[in-house]
Write a protein that binds this ligand. Structure first.
Ligand SMILES: Nc1ncnc2c1ncn2[C@@H]1O[C@H](COP(=O)(O)OP(=O)(O)OP(=O)(O)O)[C@@H](O)[C@H]1O
Ligand SMILES: [Mg+2]
Length: 322
């Protein structure tokens, strides 16, 4: 089966004066999938979204979005996509319902009234629908904004940090909406600072760093780059060397000893290393145990390793996870 790409960009560039916000962006998002664009502050996520949604014109490079050329067929791209920006676009002087009805009129939707009511309900805004948006909380505005982006059932939906600033309930509403959209065949490209969110929602992740894609892969693939962290805690420090020797043999990576805690850790990329096996081997070597654990890497570990920065941090720390 050949893959059809809902977003396919090659060498997209955008400069702001001296700042190369996006430099050589190559992105391929297969139709019907959710792609998570991850990157620290200033990595170029918003600029990439603005380019791919025709809100900015690229200085160089090309892209096809929803089957159309981004620059030559910008109007056709716009008809087939939805976008929710990092800042909301709803009008504070109108009520939630009026905002959605206005957008629906601009989009010339046929079943506007029913669509608007359905979206208000889905995003938990029915009770507040007749209040002016100026009285809404930040999370409510964001949900309304997202509803507006879904009015015309776009083929490709771009969400720039859709859950930033939402409480856990609001975050769940948005995440459920993304899953539901995917089930209906919509392609979603979302940027996020929350790695666990990308982990939960995204089929593929592109890690953006300094305006270009530094790494791509499924959450599982990116995590397998890092390996599982094995840790053993012993009751007496004199057993540490023996525990370290077992970890060394099982993982093939240099164990790190923490004498204070009586702990020794090592990173394993061997998928057959399980906790029972680790415990059996320690037992066979006569190592007394207080605790043994295998911690799969989080995407935070991946991110730190690939970019040298924590997500959300804007400065390079130069610190790289072992
Ligand atoms: N309109 C603009 N004029 C000048 N510089 C800009 C403009 N928009 C973005 N930049 C710069 O381009 C770079 C990338 O910014 P962008 O907003 O795309 O990053 P981001 O990954 O979305 O960051 P954040 O996580 O903070 O939202 C930054 O250095 C930013 O200062
Ligand atoms: Mg941004």
């Amino acid at each position: 089966m050949t893959t059809t790409y809902a977003v396919l960009s090659e060498g997209l560039e955008k400069r702001f004066g001296d700042v190369r916000a996006v430099r050589g962006l190559d992105l391929a998002v297969a139709e019907g999938t959710v792609c998570g664009l991850l990157g620290p502050n200033g990595a170029g996520k918003t600029t990439a979204v603005r380019l791919l949604t025709t809100l900015l014109r690229p200085d160089a490079g090309s892209a096809r979005v929803a089957g159309h050329d981004l620059v030559r067929e910008a109007a056709a791209v716009r008809r087939r996509i939805g976008v929710t920006g990092q800042d909301t676009s709803v009008d504070g002087d109108l009520t939630g319902r009026q905002n959605l009805r206005l957008f629906a009129r601009l989009l010339r939707l046929r079943d506007a009234a029913a669509t608007v009511e359905g979206l208000l309900d889905r995003f938990g805004l029915t009770a507040a629908a007749d209040r002016n948006v100026s009285t809404y909380s930040g999370g409510m505005r964001r949900r309304l904004d997202l509803a507006a982006g879904l009015l015309h059932r776009p083929a490709v939906l771009f969400l720039d940090e859709p859950t930033t600033g939402l409480d856990p309930a609001g975050r769940n509403l948005v995440q459920d909406a993304v899953r539901e959209l995917k089930q209906r065949g919509t392609t979603v490209l979302l940027t996020t600072q929350y790695l666990e969110e990308a982990d939960r929602l995204a089929d593929d992740i592109a890690v953006l760093d300094h305006g270009h894609v530094a790494h791509t892969g499924s959450p599982a693939q990116l995590k397998s780059l890092i390996g599982t962290h094995a840790e053993v805690v012993v009751p007496h420090r004199d057993s540490l060397p023996r525990a370290a020797a077992v970890l060394d043999r099982l993982t093939g990576s240099a164990p790190v000893l923490d004498h204070e805690r009586g702990a020794v850790g090592a990173v394993s990329t061997d998928p057959t290393l399980t906790l029972p096996r680790l415990v059996r081997e320690l037992d066979a070597a006569g190592v007394p145990l207080l605790d043994a654990s295998l911690r799969p890497p989080t995407l935070d570990d991946v991110f730190l390793r690939l970019t040298g920065r924590s997500p959300g941090a804007s400065k390079t720390t130069g610190e790289v996870a072992a």
